[in-house]
Design a protein. Structure first.
Lengths: 403, 251
């Protein structure tokens, strides 16, 4: 037995048999794997997950899924595309179809996804897309623990542009495990904006992998929000593969109870004259656990790289824990790279200032938390999405007040 | 009945007694100035009235319209009508001035059983108030006090005061760090709020401010007590002669 692997997991023969496909022969990463040191999967591996059963019927999009003005909604239920729940009228510039899932080599979870994903939701962006695409992934376990493996492929042709919003939500019921993989190829001079909100059911697991490539002159702007779930990881690997590519990757998380959230990012600068910036902010309460691991890799060829990374966390109580691990691996000599990390608590002087204006302590704290997250959230360049994410954070804070 | 009544107020910070029996009554419509040397308890007095933590009241009372102020939390005091214009307003990144003002205004409205202000009405009100204070309207889009100059911070304090229309306004060294033009604008803002049902407690080190905000009464705070009281001429006398005689007398 290899201590770096969890071989005893529910995704083997029996699982494959349910689906009538060849079984996944891989293992889950164990705590000895450096990238998974802060996010143990033992509790996940012990649950008898089965593939989503056909008799779980979802006939409507949950009401708490935000409505993004002017967006076309594409709906996945337990990882399966549901045309009946999805909108039509994509407008010019984008085609949507169900594609094959490439059995590409990758991490354990990407391979697990490839083994069991039914089909990919593929977006082919050919020009400046007229409409925002809103992908909604709904987890619905019903009466037994359920796993599913959404696969999203986005190919943005050279010079094209699109804005994507992703909402990952769940319905109450047994626990579920969502294992989404998104592959996003930003072509030369193309522009992709992607805004992901993970607000899964409080008992759910969500281990997402984003594999992004940005070609020369391409722009990728992403924001990832993490609000719910028992255990969530958003792993984002971005390769800048052509000159003058720009990436802005930002995120925020807000945790309470025993929630665990992990942002793992890998920014791979392969070519010269590229920029990347990352601002991640977290708010932690209860007994929650926040993780940020950010690796910036600058290849020897990648001169004139400008890469920045920042993670800040705010403790709302003494119970939570934060693990933060920035890593810079720089092999070029003419580059600008910076990283910063800090944790803190709410400033009592700030609280008193707001209270001295008649604002009650609960509201004052909420204002300060929103304010703390603002410089990450304000990086979202689409106003309607920014407003929605601010509202989502506001609702999270209200749930805190209601406890 | 006095609007604000401070009776034999004793207060300590970290076990050290700073206020040693302050007694003061503000009638509606009056402006009282408190002057005194540094370290004599002026800021302690304002913080105790506003309800900042870390100050222990060991004896005495503060009453607003006969209500026990010391029994209220800081936010309740503010909603009851007490406003403290800070000597050093804090910078709060990420919180826009407009979100803050609207939240504060609505807290007060709800407490008074009024309905919340709508976005249009709020905008109009802020436009009017900022214009009167010679502030650009866009300033409310900025994070609260962040990157504001000393003068802008004090104007922002007065803007808040004019929006919240308190019963009792305490100005803690509002003149510190202001040039003469800013001092005039800030003073005009305060003077425009003078009203028969409102009282001011103006805490200052220098007489200069009182040329613009003319007080009805001037008090000398020395060694934690009111050492002398008089009319506005007392301020001129202090400016000429200093505080030495009060410090010696009190010691």
């Amino acid at each position: 037995m290899k201590p770096s692997l969890i071989t005893d997991h529910p995704f083997g023969e029996a699982y494959a048999k349910h689906l009538g496909v060849a079984p996944w022969r891989g293992d889950l990463p164990g705590p000895k794997v450096e990238e998974w040191r802060f996010t143990p999967l033992r509790s996940l591996a012990k649950i008898a997950f089965a593939p989503a059963s056909e008799d779980v019927d979802v006939d409507a999009i949950p009401r708490n899924v935000p409505r993004i003005p002017g967006a076309v909604r594409l709906v996945l239920v337990n990882g399966v595309y549901r045309q009946d729940l999805s909108g039509t009228g994509l407008g010019k510039g984008v085609e949507v179809f169900q594609g094959k899932v490439a059995a590409k080599q990758g991490s354990s979870l990407v391979a697990l996804n490839a083994a069991y994903a039914p089909a990919s939701l593929a977006l082919h962006v050919t020009a400046a897309a007229k409409k925002v695409i809103h992908i909604i992934s709904i987890g619905a376990a019903g009466s037994q623990p359920t796993a599913f493996h959404p696969r999203i492929n986005v190919t943005a042709e050279p010079g094209s542009a699109i804005t994507l919003v992703e909402s990952h939500v769940g319905l109450p019921g047994e626990t579920y495990f969502s294992n989404p993989v998104a592959t996003i190829a930003v072509g030369e001079g193309a522009s992709v904006r992607r805004y992901v909100s993970v607000d899964e059911d409080s008992e759910a697991f969500h281990l997402a992998t984003s594999l992004v490539t940005v070609a020369g002159g391409g722009n990728y702007e992403a924001f990832h929000l993490g609000l719910g779930g028992a255990l969530t990881r958003q792993e984002i690997r971005i390769a800048l593969t052509g000159e003058n590519a720009n990436v802005r990757l930002n995120g925020a998380y807000a945790l309470r109870g025993a929630s665990h959230h992990d942002f793992t990012t890998v920014m791979d600068h392969a070519m010269p004259h590229c920029t990347s910036s990352q601002v991640f902010k977290g708010v932690v309460d209860g007994e929650s656990h926040g993780v940020y691991q950010g690796r910036i890799h600058v290849a020897r060829l990648a001169q004139k790289t400008d890469a920045r990374q920042e993670h800040k966390a705010l403790f709302l109580s003494r119970g939570p824990a934060i693990d933060c691990k920035p890593e810079l691996e720089i092999y070029a000599d003419d580059v600008q790279c910076a990283h910063g990390a800090a944790t803190g608590e709410i400033d009592e002087n700030h609280m008193f200032y707001l209270e001295s204006r008649g604002i009650d302590p609960e509201t004052a704290r909420a204002l300060l938390v929103e304010g703390f997250l603002a410089d990450a959230v304000n990086e979202i360049s689409v106003e309607a999405v920014r407003d929605q994410f601010v509202a989502d954070i506001g609702n999270w804070l209200k749930r805190r007040g209601a406890q | 009945m006095a609007l604000l009544e401070i009776k034999n107020l004793h207060a300590s910070v970290a076990g050290k007694e700073i206020l040693k029996g302050v007694t003061l009554a503000l009638e509606p419509g009056e402006v009282h100035a408190i002057m005194g040397p540094n370290g004599t308890g002026k800021s302690t007095l304002s913080n105790v009235i506003a309800g900042r933590e870390g100050y222990e009241v060991t004896k005495g009372q503060v009453l607003l319209d006969g209500e026990d102020v010391l029994a209220m939390a800081a936010d309740e005091r503010a909603r009851a009508g007490i406003f403290l214009a800070f000597q050093y307003p804090v910078e709060i990144p990420g919180v826009t001035t407009s979100a803050f003002l609207k939240t504060a205004l609505n807290a007060k409205r709800r407490a008074a059983g009024e309905k919340e202000i709508d976005a249009m009405e709020f905008m109009k009100l802020v436009k009017k108030k900022t214009e009167a204070l010679g502030m650009p309207y866009d300033m409310i889009k900025r994070a609260l006090n962040v990157g504001f100059s000393g003068g802008e911070k004090k104007r922002a304090e007065v803007l808040q005061m004019t929006m919240l229309e308190p019963r009792v306004a305490i100005l803690d060294e509002t003149d510190s760090g202001l040039d003469i033009d800013a001092l005039r604008v800030v003073s005009d803002g305060v003077n425009s709020l003078r009203a028969p049902d409102r009282a001011f407690l103006v805490i200052t080190h220098y007489q200069r401010l009182l040329d613009y905000i003319v007080p009805d009464h001037v008090h000398v705070l020395a060694n934690g007590r009111i050492a002398a009281s008089g009319g506005k001429e007392l301020a001129l006398e202090l400016e000429a002669e200093g505080y030495a005689k009060y410090l010696n007398a009190a010691a």
